[in-house]
Design a protein around this ligand. Sequence first.
Ligand SMILES: Cc1cc2nc3c(=O)[nH]c(=O)nc-3n(C[C@H](O)[C@H](O)[C@H](O)COP(=O)(O)O)c2cc1C
Length: 384
Amino acid sequence: MKKGVIILGSSNSNGETFTVSKYLSDKTSYQIIDLKSKFIQPFDYEFNNSNDDFLPLINEIVNNYEIIIFATPVYWYTMSGTMKIFFDRISDCLKTEKETGRKLKGKEMAVLSWGSDKELKNGFYMPFIESANYLGMKYVGEVHCWLKDNDIPEDVEHQLNTFATVVLEIDKKHMKSKDPLYARFLVQFTRPFPDFDFPFIKKVRQKAAKLLNLKKGDRIIDAGCGSGGSFPYLINMIGHTGEIIGIEISPQTIKNTNKRITKNNWQNIYVIEADAKTVKLSGSFNGLLMFAAPDVYASEQALSNIFPHLAVNSKVVLFGAKISKKRFGWILNGALRLVFSIFSSSTPSLNSEPWHILENRLLNFQVEEYFFGWMFIAHGSVAK
Ligand SMILES: Cc1cc2nc3c(=O)[nH]c(=O)nc-3n(C[C@H](O)[C@H](O)[C@H](O)COP(=O)(O)O)c2cc1C
């Protein structure tokens, strides 16, 4: 997964700043998030606006990206109002959403500006640089663009290409250092044993597979399938006429998954190396399993990408770790948080209801807790 994102702050979603953001997006494969398409209100000292789109958006950004490129047109010698409102709202992360704010620390910031004039007045980038300093982010640079005869002039194009190259170099560095620990250690360690699974987890997998209510011939998505620990239980239910599509982001893990598939001679399991947020699926499926896959079940973007492919009434089952609310559960909550962050640096941090965003999408939603409230299985059916 690419580690950067372009935050577009123009008053025109298809205007000139979009054109140049698109140019950069094509070079880097970074997603563009258009602030104009979001409902984000100005900063409020009473925080009465906490239900608008800002908090889900900033959480999506801090949990998924390391390089944030702010793309703004020049409006009256400064950044656009849309962009300024977004910056003002970052103040929420210093007051009510401190955990989110802390996650900005160490991330990289860059700016893409677009104006009708080639020249920018002094200090245009100062608010970005100072905000980055204040938030503990690293300001990595900027590029200014302008139009000539309604076209991107050659020197601007040249600058943009250099900018894209620099950003992609930084991206590469993040890809290497942020590889989750399980991809570097556990996956290497278990590679010679394709059928390896933790004994205590086998029973939970069996239960999760059963809850999917599958029948012979069904098609199922195993999102975040890892090395395929759930495959034996799923294939038991769908038989050899059904189909399992595994989605896994880590190429290292997929090496193990493929070994497991080959060893068991499964002909109807296909693994796609992709991010669940952007994976391209085809056809309709009769179930969705997200086993120990918080990057998927806690991501609005991943769910919105997958759900259109689920048949009405098909079952969705998720299993994962959570913070315990039981009487003495708090004793190990800190340790669990630590283990979780070491093993998977890109995943959203743990809370007591990680199924929260799925709950509204499913009918007959039910949750069962395990292991003193530190693990859960949740399930429900896809509504019309
Ligand atoms: C309200 C407003 C103020 C602007 N002020 C400036 C300015 O101070 N300096 C400048 O170079 N261009 C200025 N422009 C021109 C825009 O920066 C330029 O047209 C840009 O391409 C618009 O990008 P957009 O299509 O994404 O809105 C202004 C445009 C608008 C609408």
